[in-house]
Design a protein around this ligand. Sequence first.
Ligand code: HEM
Ligand code: HEM
Length: 186
Amino acid sequence: MTERYSKLAVVLHWLIAIGIFLNLKSGLGFDDLPKDQAAAAFAFHESIGISVLGLVVLRVLWRMGNPPPAPLANLKPLERRVSLGIHHLLYLLSVLIPLSGWLTASAHKDAGGHGMVLFNKVPWFNFPGFGGLGDPARHQAHELLGAVHSACAWVIMAALVLHVGGALKHQFIDREKMLQRMWFGR
Ligand code: HEM
Ligand code: HEM
C-alpha cells in the first residue's frame, strides 16, 4: 500500500491551496482598495478563481482513478472520521466557492458588456442563463449568489483552521510524518 499521495495529487493540492488563500485575501480586501486598483484586483481574483475551478475538476477526476493512501495507522477512529469529513467538505467548497463566484459575476447586470479576460490574456465566458433576465431579476440573483459565495468562503476558513490544525498537531505533537504524505519523495 502506498503511504503518500501521488505527485499529481500533491501538485494539485498545493496549487489549489495557494489559489484559495490568495483569493480569500483579495476577496476580503476589496472594500479597502481605492477605485483605480479595485478593477485590477477583481480581474485577478476572477482569473485565480476560474483557474482553481479547473484545477479542482482535474483533481477530483484524478482522485477517482487514483485512490488516496490509507490513513495514518495510529489515528483514532474519531480522528479518522473527522479528517475524512473535513476532506469531503473541502472538496465540496473548493467547487462551490469558485462556481458561485463565477455565477455571481455572470449575473451582474453589466456582465454582458465586458466578458472576463483571465490574466489579461484568455477570454472567458459568462455562465449562461442570465442574459434573458431583466435587471431586477439579475440584481436579485447577483445578491443571492454573492451571499452564497461569501458564506462558503467563511465556512472554508473554519474548515481550514481544523484541517491545518489537525495536520500540524499530527506532525509536531504526535510526531507522525503527516506533511510528508502531501509532499514529494520516496
Ligand atoms: C485551501 C487550502 C487547502 C485545501 C482546499 C486542502 C484540501 C485538502 C483535501 C481535500 C485533502 C484530502 C485529499 C484526499 O484525500 O484526496 C487534503 C489533504 C491534506 N492536506 Fe490539505 N488543503 C489545504 C491546505 C492545506 C495546508 C495549508 C496544509 C498544511 C498544513 C495541508 C496539509 C494537508 C495534508 C498533510 C494532507 C494529507 C492528509 C492525510 O494524509 O490524511 N493542507 N487537503
Ligand atoms: C478560489 C476561489 C475563490 C475564493 C476563495 C473567493 C473568495 C472571495 C471572498 C472571501 C470574497 C469576499 C466576500 C465578502 O466580502 O463577504 C469574494 C467576493 C467576490 N468574489 Fe470571489 N472567491 C473565489 C473565486 C471567485 C470567482 C471564480 C469569481 C468570478 C469569476 C469570484 C467573484 C467574486 C465576486 C463577484 C465577489 C463580490 C461578491 C459580493 O457581491 O459580495 N470569486 N470572493
